[in-house]
Write a protein that binds this ligand. Structure first.
Ligand code: SF4
Length: 144
């Protein structure tokens, strides 16, 4: 079995393939900070409703199957998630000790970038009006 085809995106939508909840976004809109769950949980309608009136992706971190060529961040020639790569290159380290993370064994960013991704991951929010400018640039497929 090719492990790469089973990697999970750590900044996914809740309706992605095999989606699970693995973190809750705390902190402030300007300085979000993910609290990682001890175990990943299934995505349910009740869970999504808890985020109202904001988008679930503003309040929660979801992982879902990396769809590779179906994603604007994927570099097929290098088999690389450019979002993860740019997060490591552009965003600051926010934790020195790796968070206890329920999806690490299947996380694409961990597989690709190692500890450097985990040291920056807590500030990543899929949908955030404020948030880190650097993460915003990393999440923009137009930014090299
Ligand atoms: S980058 Fe690290 S902390 Fe973030 S989801 Fe992946 S394994 Fe977990």
């Amino acid at each position: 079995m090719d492990r790469k085809t089973h990697l999970m995106c750590p900044s996914a939508e809740p309706d992605g393939a095999g989606a699970t909840l693995f973190g809750v976004v705390l902190g402030t809109p300007e300085r979000p900070e993910t609290a990682y769950l001890e175990e990943a949980r299934p995505v349910t309608a009740e869970l999504l409703a808890l985020a109202d009136p904001v988008a679930p992706t503003e309040m929660f971190r979801f992982a879902a199957r990396c769809i590779r060529t179906g994603c604007a961040h994927y570099d097929d020639a290098r088999d690389t998630c450019r979002f993860g790569e740019k997060t490591v290159r552009l965003a600051p380290v926010v934790v020195h000790q790796l968070p206890r993370c329920a999806i690490r064994s299947s996380c694409r960013w961990w597989y690709q970038e190692g500890a450097a991704a985990c040291q920056r991951c807590p500030q990543v929010v899929r949908t955030c009006a404020a948030g880190s400018t650097e993460v915003g640039r990393a999440a923009d497929p137009r930014v090299a």
